[in-house]
Design a binder for this molecule. Structure first.
Ligand code: R1P
Ligand code: URA
Length: 315
């Protein structure tokens, strides 16, 4: 694979360096997940899929799919007649950064990106429930704190960012559709905390490392009283959607208009107060139902100028 342009590498076909997609392969409306297996489960809801004759762990043959050399899986088809893509990205804010920037680079017009992930719950939401955070902040290990010459009295072991907000229409639509598919008693809102580790910056105790995170949950609730979920990507999605522009800025002081609307929802896999963890059976029950609610939301939310949209592979 040879690439040109070190600033934004692309191959001769116009495929991006990590996600591996090119113009025409992605829809303007994207559902993003971490786990490629979740992407395949959800692809069975797309139009024209022969569910009976498609083996469960296989991308349906009528859909476009591309698996990149860096672990991204893209599937494109239609839901209720509307072009949509599913992109599995793996884990962490760097993967979310690759996904948002590289997908934005090969799609014309406004975009909607909704993340459907899993999380730990700090609220009373229990395993199998769904959380739809209207905002998210970043929890980062303060690496300097752990250096030998650091003055521990004047520094904190974890940095907490300001909150970036989801698109309010997407959040309200997700809550409505999740409630319709799963029952409103299973749907929670609040603020998400996106961590740079599954372990230290999510307050997990690990005797093999010095993490100084015993008081982290208290710090998170002090930072924002409605902190309810912990996972590893949502802040970057909300932040980049907010930072997206309709066209390259000509002047530094020019006002930005976002070209991406973003939202997120997550299944509670870990209940951090009771220490319960979800069973495989509960994942198999909740994932398809919640996934359908995300697709319903993805096609219901207005993109703005629909005239800008183009035909894509798999449509
Ligand atoms: C950790 O197990 C992973 O699960 C969560 C976290 O954000 C992290 O990526 O989300 P996904 O289920 O979407 O991967
Ligand atoms: N994903 C996370 O990042 N944390 C959890 O506790 C569960 C899923």
């Amino acid at each position: 694979m040879s690439m040109t342009n070190a600033n934004f590498p692309m191959d001769a076909e116009g495929r991006t360096y990590h996600v591996g997609v090119k113009r025409g392969e992605l829809a303007n409306r994207i559902l993003t997940v971490g786990d490629p297996a979740r992407a395949i489960v959800l692809s069975r809801w797309l139009d024209g899929v022969d569910v009976i004759n498609t083996p469960p762990k296989t991308v349906p043959s009528n859909l476009f799919s591309f698996a990149s050399h860096r672990g991204f899986l893209t599937i494109t088809g239609r839901y209720k007649g509307v072009p949509v893509s599913i992109v599995a990205i793996g884990m962490g804010i760097s993967m979310m950064d690759f996904f948002v920037r590289e997908c934005r680079a090969v799609v014309d017009g406004p975009m909607i990106m909704i993340r459907f992930g899993s999380c730990g719950s700090l609220s009373d939401a229990t395993v199998g429930d769904i959380c739809v955070p209207h905002g998210s902040y970043l929890v980062q290990r303060n690496y300097n704190y752990f250096s030998a010459d650091n003055d521990r009295d004047s520094a904190k072991p974890y940095h907490l960012s300001k909150i970036d907000e989801a698109d309010p229409e997407i959040t309200a639509t997700l809550v409505k559709n999740m409630s319709a598919h799963l029952g409103k008693e299973h749907v929670w809102s609040g603020v998400n905390a996106t961590a740079d580790s599954f372990y230290s910056s999510q307050g997990r105790q690990d005797m093999n490392f010095e993490d100084v995170n015993q008081d982290l949950f208290d710090e998170l609730v002090k930072h924002d009283a409605s902190t309810s979920t912990l996972e590893m990507e949502t802040f970057m999605l909300y932040h980049l959607a907010k930072s997206s522009t309709t066209a390259p800025l000509k002047r530094k002081d020019e006002a930005q208009v976002s070209s991406i609307k973003a939202g997120a929802c997550m299944m509670v896999f870990a209940q951090r107060k009771s220490n319960a963890f979800i069973t495989k059976d509960d994942v198999a029950r909740v994932e398809p139902l919640a996934g359908r609610a995300v697709f319903d939301s993805l096609v219901e939310v207005s993109l703005g100028d629909e005239a800008d949209l183009h035909e894509v592979a798999g449509s």
